[in-house]
Design a protein around this ligand. Structure first.
Ligand SMILES: C[S@@+](CC[C@H](N)C(=O)[O-])C[C@H]1O[C@@H](n2cnc3c(N)ncnc32)[C@H](O)[C@@H]1O
Length: 232
């Protein structure tokens, strides 16, 4: 499991280049993955949403644009420089995404009371949590009964493309991201954290163990990414 102090400081160092590196490394597909998440959240029409590990806020912004403006969205992260980037983008939108409050908070000890939210979203964040079970039980705790959890995360792709994909992750992406962010080590961590992450069935089991029921999985882009949807 990753060391939270190292993870926080690593995201702090790459915060200002994080979005650019995302677009480049995923060939822009990351936006489509996030839109799939938003489309599924929209179906449940939650009034209150926690976007945990919000980072520079892209999921929170997509939720704000895709759902009614009456939806109250909390974007939470433990890395202040990432939240600074999110707030800059919010200010640049001139009130268009004004229903988001960005707050600092730790996914292992959420600062909200039990049963606060109708939905919790977490995109590319669970993999970085030092204790996945604790983080999932915290998400379960702050959800209302019947509330929905949406986990968008890298997964283990279909067998036929694994060798090529792991080569890209291990060799090409740290080099490319190093050029953009000056931090190739951060993207070596990305590679290691992805290859060590459970496959879709394994993550579904971990989500059930945290107390959720009816876990559904949507695999995308040959299984490179998976969206897990569960109910409290
Ligand atoms: C890869 S970024 C994902 C950001 C955003 N959700 C997205 O889709 O681009 C992972 C984020 O998880 C955050 N994070 C990692 N551990 C955390 C924790 N224990 N509590 C809150 N945020 C955490 C990091 O600070 C970072 O911003």
């Amino acid at each position: 499991m990753p060391d939270p102090i190292a993870v926080n400081s690593m995201f702090g160092r790459i915060a200002s280049r994080y979005d650019l590196a995302n677009r480049l490394l995923s060939f822009g597909i990351d936006r489509w993955w996030r839109m799939q998440l938003v489309g599924n959240v929209r179906k449940a029409n939650p009034a209150t949403i926690l976007d945990l590990a919000t980072g520079s806020g892209d999921v929170a912004f997509a939720l704000s644009r895709g759902l009614p403006q009456t939806t109250l969205i909390t974007g939470m992260d433990f890395c202040e420089p990432m939240l600074v980037e999110a707030r800059k983008k919010q200010a640049a939108a001139h009130g268009a995404v004004g229903n988001i409050a960005f707050r600092q908070g730790d996914g292992l000890a959420l600062p909200d009371p039990d049963q606060t939210y109708d939905a919790v979203t977490i995109s590319f964040g669970l993999r970085n949590m030092a204790d996945r079970h604790r983080s999932l039980t915290e998400m379960h705790r702050v959800l209302r009964p019947g509330g929905r959890l949406y986990v968008l995360e890298f997964s283990q792709p279909q067998r036929w493309c694994r060798a090529l994909y792991y080569f890209y992750l291990g060799k090409v992406s740290p080099w490319l991201a190093g050029l953009v962010t000056g931090e190739p080590g951060a993207y070596q961590y990305l590679c290691d954290s992805i290859t060590q992450f459970p496959d879709a069935a394994g993550l579904a089991e971990e989500i059930r163990r945290a107390g959720f029921s009816t876990v559904a999985v949507k695999r995308m882009t040959f299984g490179v990414v998976a969206l897990h949807m569960a109910t409290k």
